[in-house]
Design a protein around this ligand. Structure first.
Ligand SMILES: Nc1nc2c(c(=O)[nH]1)N[C@H]1C(S)=C(S)[C@@H](COP(=O)(O)O)O[C@H]1N2
Ligand SMILES: [Mo]
Length: 253
């Protein structure tokens, strides 16, 4: 198994415009300018590195505040069948034709880290566990949202079943397209967090994460990993693909 540190995406430089957009949005949202940030932080922000450093510090602080405010019993809004968005949008860090197609027959979900029973799971084994469905809204930071219907195993049930250390801090996800992300344990145990086996869209459509996606209506879209190939439990924050480019790690809704 690859350790989280070995997981790497494209270089930061290739995402500079993206990062700048995020920084700009962050300043606008908080009503802050670089000048105000200098005053607040008491630092002379003369180069990009020091601005980055301050932004990361603020984002980490924001993670702690969001984690403290997260209410594990409060449920995200659910919708009626008639509210479900027809032709649900596809999104990924690449164009749609490049989405991986995973062979469901050969697929096995790998487990690693702080888990007692690390045996891999096939899709039919996962289907033999208790199932639930949800109709909730997926919100993407790129400025769109859509209501979808997803079905699968309540993630808490799965974590209990595999003997995951539920006192550990993080659950990480590695995906078939090299994407990765991670979440806090309270969000993993939230009653609406689902290990999805049934997707929105037409039968046979695989681009929404087939055969496995983790669905969390309590977090932004990019925290909902598609094409999951490995789940790991750890006390070291594994970060994530977009988180590494500057998106806030907790990203609760
Ligand atoms: N494996 C993987 N999961 C991913 C992504 C990705 O690029 N790869 N993109 C994320 C983002 S930004 C969004 S908005 C949703 C989009 O999911 P959808 O295609 O089902 O709408 O997937 C998330 N999970
Ligand atoms: Mo997204």
């Amino acid at each position: 198994m690859k350790t989280p540190k070995e997981r790497s995406g494209p270089s930061l430089a290739s995402f500079r415009p993206q990062l700048e957009r995020i920084e700009r949005r962050f300043f606008l949202k908080q009503g802050l300018s670089i000048g105000a940030l200098s005053l607040l932080s008491g630092c002379t922000l003369k180069d990009e590195d020091s601005v980055d450093r301050i932004l990361w510090t603020m984002s980490r602080w924001n993670d702690r505040v969001q984690a403290a405010l997260f209410n594990p019993d409060s449920l995200a809004q659910t919708y009626a069948e008639t509210d479900v968005t027809t032709s649900f949008p596809f999104n990924a860090y690449y164009e749609e034709p490049l989405a991986p197609v995973v062979d469901c027959e050969k697929y096995q979900l790998a487990l690693s880290g702080l888990i007692d029973d690390k045996r891999p799971w096939t899709v039919s084994e996962l289907r033999s566990l208790p199932q639930a469905t949800q109709i909730t809204r997926h919100v993407c930071v790129e400025g769109w949202s859509a209501v979808g219907k997803w079905g699968g195993v309540p993630f808490k049930t799965f974590l209990q079943r595999i003997g995951a250390d539920l006192t550990a801090k993080y659950v990480g996800f590695q995906c078939a397209d090299k994407y990765w992300t991670s979440i806090d344990m309270p969000s993993a145990l939230h009653p609406q967090t689902l290990l999805v086996l049934d997707f929105p869209g037409k039968p046979g459509e695989t681009k929404y994460g087939y055969p496995i996606k983790i669905r969390m209506p309590t977090k932004l879209g990019f925290k909902n990993p598609k094409f999951v190939t490995e789940i790991f439990v750890t006390n070291d924050n594994p970060g994530g693909y977009w988180e590494k480019q500057g998106y806030n790690w907790f990203s609760g809704l």
